[in-house]
Each structure stands twice: as structure tokens, then as C-alpha cells.
Design a protein around this ligand. Structure first.
Ligand code: HEM
Length: 155
């Protein structure tokens, strides 16, 4: 197959799936699910950051404006939203550390020659245990956040 034809086939099949391609390629693969969640939480955090800057910058327009903007978000529904933001932040942070360690080659074992059948290094014990550890640390952090928010509204 000529280069131009191969290029066209490659593009149409794999490179032009757009945003739907994020979820179109999950195939029951743990790393792909984590990658998808990392991207979604990353975008969610950017959106939250914009909202956060808008609320806090209301102080520029005086103490009254600051009080009003905070009275809008000072309710249990907004704090349920904050819980989900924190869940996204915890996931993104802990998974980010896992990605950084993986990308530097930690826990991946010695490299082997790329001979078929290929060794699926992310399915070996080290990376899998690290995902488990990440879930445990994330769950503990989320419990602490949930408890702190319950302290405000329930206890
Ligand atoms: C808590 C500390 C954080 C850590 C350790 C972290 C780590 C990372 C890493 C390693 C990546 C690259 C993932 C890859 O290799 O593809 C990444 C991507 C990204 N992060 Fe973070 N991050 C953190 C906080 C944040 C915050 C606070 C925001 C938003 C305000 C954010 C927004 C993003 C976005 C939008 C991407 C790109 C996602 C993509 O293209 O798939 N991150 N982060």
C-alpha cells in the first residue's frame, strides 16, 4: 500500500474519532479508563478554577459583593458539588502521581525486546499494585473530605 493511501486509512480509522474517541477505545482496559477519567477530571478542575477565581475576585467590587457571592455558595447543595470537585482533584492528583512514576519507568521492571507476543508491562504486578494503592489512598482522602463537609452541615 502506498504511503498516501496508508496515511488516509490510518487517519480515518484512528485519528479522526474526535472527543467520542476518548470513550470509544476503552475496551475494558483499566489504564484506558483511568486515562479517560484523568482527562475528564483535568478539564473539570480547570472549569472549577475559573468559577473559583470569579467568586473570590468579587472582593474587587467591595466587601458587600464578596459577602453576596459567598452567600450564594454557602449551602449544602454547593458543598455536595464541592465534594465532587474534591473527588475529582483527589483522583487527578493520585492518578497523576501514578502516571508520573510510570512515565519515568518506575515499577515497570526491566525493558525487554519488543518480540511478539509482546509483554503487556502495565498488566504486570508492580503497576497493578500501584493502582490498588492509589485507590486505597484516594478513598481515605475522600473519607476525610466527606467527614469535614458533614461536620459543617450535619454534626
Ligand atoms: C494535584 C496535583 C496534580 C497532579 C499530580 C497532576 C498530574 C497530571 C499529569 C501527570 C498529567 C499528564 C497526564 C498524561 O501523561 O497524559 C496531567 C494532565 C492534566 N492536568 Fe493535572 N495534575 C494535578 C493538578 C491539576 C489541576 C489543579 C488542574 C486544573 C486546574 C489540572 C489539569 C490538567 C489537565 C487539563 C490535564 C490534561 C489532561 C489530558 O490531556 O488528558 N491538573 N495532570
Amino acid at each position: 500500500m502506498g504511503f498516501a493511501k496508508r496515511e488516509k486509512k490510518y487517519k480515518s480509522k484512528y485519528n479522526m474519532t474526535g472527543t467520542l474517541g476518548w470513550i470509544g477505545n476503552l475496551r475494558m482496559n483499566m489504564e484506558r479508563y483511568l486515562y479517560f477519567l484523568h482527562r475528564v477530571t483535568g478539564i473539570g478542575l480547570v472549569l472549577y478554577l475559573i468559577l473559583h477565581i470569579l467568586v473570590t475576585s468579587s472582593r474587587m467590587y467591595g466587601e458587600g459583593a464578596y459577602e453576596i457571592s459567598h452567600s450564594i455558595i454557602n449551602n449544602p447543595i454547593a458543598d455536595i458539588g464541592l465534594f465532587f470537585v474534591m473527588a475529582g482533584l483527589i483522583f487527578h492528583g493520585v492518578n497523576g502521581i501514578r502516571l508520573i512514576l510510570n512515565e519515568y519507568g518506575f515499577l515497570l521492571g526491566k525493558p525487554t525486546k519488543p518480540v511478539y507476543p509482546y509483554r503487556q508491562v502495565l498488566k504486570t504486578r508492580g503497576p497493578r499494585y500501584f493502582i490498588l494503592l492509589m485507590i486505597i489512598i484516594g478513598a481515605i482522602l475522600l473519607l476525610i473530605v466527606g467527614y469535614e463537609l458533614l461536620l459543617v452541615w450535619v454534626f
